[in-house]
Design a protein around this ligand. Sequence first.
Ligand code: SF4
Length: 71
Amino acid sequence: MGLFGKALKRIRQGLPKMDFIKNKHGDCANFDNGTCKVFHFTNLDPEGQACPHFKAKKLAETENKTKNLEK
Ligand code: SF4
């Protein structure tokens, strides 16, 4: 990998992840009946654009299961 390749890799690693753009509040584990448990936003539209703190529901469920197995 040349100098240009290394510089490009560093730039890519430094950029924030933008995966949350594809998701909606309704798919977030922190979303509960129109409110955000993290930021305490109310009247959120479940179809609205997710924020960078998006946490997938399925991912949260598997994390909880592994925590229970570790105990
Ligand atoms: S996407 Fe962000 S604002 Fe929406 S429920 Fe999740 S954490 Fe809260």
